[in-house]
Design a protein around this ligand. Structure first.
Ligand SMILES: Nc1ncnc2c1ncn2[C@@H]1O[C@H](COP(=O)(O)OP(=O)(O)O)[C@@H](O)[C@H]1O
Ligand SMILES: [Mg+2]
Length: 229
């Protein structure tokens, strides 16, 4: 059980470089931060500053070159591939700029998909997907395919899908980046509501208007946190 006063995510002096040919291109240069249960944190920085790299490392999709990351008391470097996959499936929900919905699945089936992986029984899966689609305001679109939905509606489906296995953390990379500002605001209001219900949220944006929804903004430049600009 997570103690309220303990961080749910600890990033400790994380470095990461990518090899481009023979040259190492630094993406993160000693990033440390702590995120507490119930936090609503926005990570901001120009393109190429390391935001996606940091989210991917927190999500166990990529490995830190140096330093370490602890998520809900698990040190990610100590986890096997299966344990990492399980952590991603159960503890973290991911939302991306381009929604990443499965085109040949309905909204309902998209939301059910992480529950299929988690081996949730069919009845419970369908029930839960319906409730989640209601929650994001799409109860009446459950049988629509992504191509029959607007960008904002597709992002709502992606949010419902991210919530499928009841994660404690939501991680969102430019989730309003493809949306017009009014639709983006509506998505941020939904995120605010989820946070008020207790969800820990870490999101990336480079739009200051979207950052205003958060409680805390972390600024990153050239792979370093520079909050005291
Ligand atoms: N897979 C990769 N291979 C090589 N370089 C990468 C890779 N991913 C990111 N980078 C480089 O790392 C830096 C940070 O990228 P990224 O984390 O995507 O930034 P942001 O999300 O802030 O735009 C950039 O210089 C980028 O070119
Ligand atoms: Mg990015």
């Amino acid at each position: 059980m997570q103690n309220k006063s303990e961080p749910i995510i600890i990033v400790d002096n994380v470095h990461k470089s990518y090899l481009m040919g023979k040259e190492a291109v630094p993406a993160l240069r000693g990033v440390s931060l702590e995120i507490y249960p119930g936090d609503f944190v926005c990570l901001m920085g120009p393109s190429g500053s390391g935001k996606t790299t940091l989210l991917n490392i927190i999500g166990g999709l990529d490995e830190a070159g140096r330093g370490h990351v602890i998520v809900d008391e698990d040190n990610l470097v100590a986890l096997s591939e299966d344990e990492l996959a399980s952590l991603r499936l159960h503890k973290m929900g991911f939302i991306f700029q381009s929604y990443n919905l499965l085109a040949s699945f309905t909204a309902q089936e998209n939301v059910e998909s992480p529950m299929v992986l988690a081996k949730v029984g069919r009845g419970e899966r369908q029930d839960r997907a319906k409730k989640l689609l209601d929650k994001v305001g799409l109860g009446d679109r459950s049988h629509h395919y992504p191509s029959e939905l607007s960008g904002g509606q597709q992002q709502r489906v992606a949010i419902a899908r991210a919530l499928a296995n009841d994660p404690s953390i939501l991680i969102a990379d430019e989730m309003t980046g493809d949306l017009d500002s009014e639709t983006g605001f509506a998505i941020m209001e939904l995120a605010t509501q989820l946070n008020q219900d207790g969800m820990t949220i870490v999101y990336v944006t480079h739009d200051p208007r979207m950052a205003e929804f958060s409680e805390k903004v972390i600024q990153i430049r050239d792979g370093k946190i520079v909050n005291n600009l």
